[in-house]
Design a protein around this ligand. Structure first.
Ligand SMILES: Cc1cc2nc3c(=O)[nH]c(=O)nc-3n(C[C@H](O)[C@H](O)[C@H](O)COP(=O)(O)OP(=O)(O)OC[C@H]3O[C@@H](n4cnc5c(N)ncnc54)[C@H](O)[C@@H]3O)c2cc1C
Ligand code: SF4
Ligand code: SF4
Length: 434
């Protein structure tokens, strides 16, 4: 039993191990600063490590994320804690923050696990795999996903029956049911908040039938179906395993609509849907893909050309707001929509529907700060105290923000903002230590 928290000292703490947090940590570490990176999930990499390819270049997301993740994981100036929750951050004075953190037990000794997966084969418990967004099952003992970092098994103790089957087959004997949470205290001089975003929950809009109609999925589920590390080796619809040939995208599903609880444009959904449509035409050349949209927002460098490329590949764009999605007996979906070009109400049948879900804030970031208030903006994203001239500054001097924690951002913008946050942090460290 741990009697006292383990106390460690670093120059900076980065909260969140997505692409923004990883990039910020790497910049600080490459400049000679000691960094602790805290991630609440079992693996670093955030959403990006789970994507298929990225717009507008169509580079393989896993192929560009994994070398970066590996650089972060091996960097001598970076210490990573996964499966960890920060409980409080107090600012005692300039360049003096005290962070309390709890690391949850994996019930597997990470240093000894060889990722052989024999435990997974032996475990009789199957639950929904949260890393595959519920598309497939996983065992109660599991490696989060094939390119997870660290690639180490963990036991989901809430679903484990303690039958001991995994323990019997584990070659190095590294399963340990007696593990307890570990408490840490970090003394740091500066902090970067990179807690990212949540996806809009489409069950808030019953007329989309998500969760009731099996062949209505979300865009992040489609990312998994298209990814090189995907659960199946093709695109299958959930109700009957049929390869779909008439797929619809519903843009702004949980964006730009106050009645859905999200008035803002999520910025990334038009582009990732156009990307997925192109990838689908690569995987299923005979498929018919229709994108129902309100406006196409393709504002970044090369983005409009990317949209034109989708049009020339045969993706159909229909300007129309979807009112209702109804499931037919054969699993197909009827979409009722207002066709803006004619002003008429129309219906169309598709065999799979993808909801291009929007971006919501991770409000919890503010609760971590106890002595000083980390202010949020009117939508509950982290407030930038000087959005025009110093976009990485927050309401607390010495605390900076990176990535989608301040609002919807694509990967290039998340990386840019991570550069800004780490540079501001370095300048804060240099100024105050002179
Ligand atoms: C379906 C879909 C497709 C996309 N496709 C593209 C694309 O093709 N091209 C492109 O440019 N962009 C794309 N994006 C956008 C891209 O995912 C984001 O730009 C990127 O993930 C933002 O990175 P981030 O690090 O800010 O946030 P995230 O990826 O959300 O990472 C945040 C990390 O912080 C962790 N965290 C949260 N709270 C805490 C806490 N309290 N303590 C510790 N850790 C915490 C989370 O677990 C997570 O690992 C897509 C997004 C979606 C949803
Ligand atoms: S002890 Fe738990 S994790 Fe191990 S095999 Fe049994 S149910 Fe699965
Ligand atoms: S816990 Fe044991 S059996 Fe499971 S992957 Fe690790 S080494 Fe293999």
């Amino acid at each position: 039993m741990q009697k006292e928290p383990i106390t460690l000292t670093y120059d900076a703490i980065v909260i969140g191990g997505g692409i923004a947090g990883g990039e910020a940590a790497l910049n600080l570490a490459n400049n000679g600063y000691k960094v602790v990176l805290v991630e609440s999930r079992l693996s670093v990499g955030g959403k990006m490590i789970m994507l298929s390819k990225v717009f507008p270049t169509l580079d393989c997301s896993a192929c560009i994320t994994t070398p970066k993740v590996s650089e972060i994981s091996r960097h001598p100036n970076i210490k990573i804690f996964t499966e960890s929750d920060i409980t409080s951050i107090d600012k005692l004075g300039e360049q003096s923050f005290v962070v309390k953190m709890t690391q949850r037990p994996r019930y597997v000794v990470a240093e000894d696990c060889t990722a052989c997966q024999l435990c997974e084969q032996a475990c009789p418990v199957i639950v929904k795999d949260q890393f595959q967004y519920g598309l497939v099952g996983r065992k109660a003992v599991y490696i989060p996903f094939s390119i997870a970092s660290p690639k180490v098994a963990a036991i989901d103790i809430d679903n484990c029956t303690l039958c001991g089957a995994c323990e019997k087959v584990c070659p190095p004997g590294c399963i340990d049911f007696t593990m307890k949470p570990k408490e840490y205290i970090f003394n740091v001089k500066t902090a970067i908040v990179a807690t990212g975003f949540r996806l809009y929950d489409p069950t808030n809009v019953p007329r989309y039938s998500y969760g009731t109609a099996k062949n209505v999925i979300t865009s992040i589920q489609m990312e998994r179906l298209l990814a090189p590390t995907r659960p199946f080796h093709t695109i299958l619809r959930s109700s009957d395993g049929k390869v779909p040939d008439k797929i619809a995208y519903v843009l702004c599903a949980g964006s730009r609509d106050d009645s859905m609880g999200n008035p803002i444009c999520s910025q990334i959904c038009c582009m990732y849907s156009i990307k997925q449509a192109q990838l689908l035409l690569g995987a299923l050349p005979m498929a018919d893909i229709t994108i129902y949209y309100i406006d196409i927002r393709a504002f970044g460098k090369g983005y409009d050309e990317f949209y034109e490329q989708a049009v020339s590949m045969g993706v159909r764009f229909v300007k129309g707001k979807i009112g209702k999605i109804t499931e037919k007996e054969n699993g197909n979906l009827t979409l009722r929509y207002e066709d803006v070009a004619t002003g008429k109400l129309k219906e169309a049948e598709h065999d799979m529907v993808v909801l291009s879900v929007g971006v919501k804030p991770n409000k919890e970031a503010a609760d971590l700060f106890k002595s000083h208030k980390l202010e949020l903006d009117g939508l509950s994203f982290v407030k930038q105290s000087d959005p025009l001239l110093s976009p990485a500054k927050t309401s607390i001097d010495g605390v900076f923000v990176a990535g989608a924690a301040t609002g919807p951002k694509d990967i290039p913008d998340s990386i840019l903002s991570a550069g800004a946050a780490s540079t501001e942090a370095i300048s804060y460290l240099n100024q105050k230590s002179q």
